[in-house]
Design a protein around this ligand. Structure first.
Ligand code: ARG
Length: 292
């Protein structure tokens, strides 16, 4: 009899523990706001997805907006690391994953893919004085190869070059590491690679190393949603609207990059201004915009 109370208390504690355990994943998979469908992406991938101010824009966003419209919903966009995009989709944090996602056999085991909407591939990005050729890709063996985390470029380095890639959180940061001498060459999808070398006369890209197709991913077992996605993509394609979207957002991404480039000297000048007060002896008066 003496044990009754502690045992009951223990049982209650165990019950509440296991309840908390079961509740945890459900709490993660929050339902979308009423009337909303969520797209999950990684927005350092122009022209497919990039940031314009706070907003995520690009080709993938336009396609998902068309899907939302077909469903009579509005689109909400969430931006995460690329290697979290598919796990987050599976965990129920979004209904659509659109991030220039290449259809691969591995991914097909985890998610369902729409009809493809782009045919593309990956390329080397290299310094012109240290060129890399798609025909002689094995010359990259033993070199430090930068890629974005979780991408088919990372798979390529492991499978075709037989080594571990250097991981970065975006194609642009892998490129910045190459400029800083930390990697010898970068591999990335051709369209963001083109965006990265824009305004960089000392760098170039190779021919394609692979042929890949992008599609929208959804959680498995939703034939109705898949049919809607396929209808929207097929209609956009047949009407010529898909090409229009691609051209429009390629131009917009280029304009955004050019504007960023133009803002650089001002940013660098600000960075060169290291003094708190123009009266300081050490203050670079020109860089800090101090009155003469
Ligand atoms: N197409 C490549 C892949 O699926 C790279 C995609 C990266 N996308 C992004 N939004 N960062 O692995």
């Amino acid at each position: 009899m003496k044990h009754t109370l502690p045992l009951a208390a223990l049982a209650a504690a165990v019950a509440s523990l296991s309840f908390a355990d079961e509740a945890a994943p459900a709490a993660e998979a929050v339902a979308p706001a009423p009337g909303t469908i969520r797209m999950i992406t990684e927005a350092t991938f122009p022209p497919y997805e990039f940031r314009q101010g706070k907003e995520v824009v690009g080709i993938d966003v336009e396609i998902c907006k068309a899907v939302a419209k077909e469903l009579g919903k509005t689109l909400a966009v969430e931006d995460v690391e690329f290697d979290s995009v598919i796990p987050s989709l599976i965990a129920g944090k979004a209904e659509l994953a659109a991030a220039g996602i290449t259809v691969t056999e591995d991914r097909k085991m985890k998610v369902d893919f729409s009809h493809p909407y782009v045919r593309t591939g990956i390329v080397f990005i290299f310094a012109k004085d240290k060129p890399f050729d798609a025909e002689k890709a094995e010359e990259a063996k033993g070199k430090r190869v930068g890629v974005q985390n979780g991408t088919t470029s990372a798979d390529y380095v492991r499978e075709k070059l037989g080594q571990e890639p250097e991981m970065f959180d975006s194609p642009a940061s892998a490129f910045a590491a190459m400029k800083a001498g930390k990697v010898d060459v970068v591999i990335a999808d051709i369209d963001p690679a083109k965006a990265v070398i824009k305004g960089e006369p000392d760098y170039d890209i190779s021919e394609l190393l692979t042929v890949e197709e992008y599609a929208i991913a959804i959680k498995k077992g939703q034939p109705e949603l898949l049919a809607v996605l396929n209808k929207v993509i097929d209609d956009l394609d047949a009407s010529g609207k898909l090409d229009e979207i691609k051209d429009e957002w390629t131009a917009k991404a280029e304009a955004a990059a050019a504007a960023e480039e133009a803002a650089k000297p001002a940013e660098e000048a600000k960075a060169a201004c290291a003094c708190a007060d123009c009266k300081d002896e050490s203050c670079d008066k020109a860089a800090c915009g101090c009155a003469k």
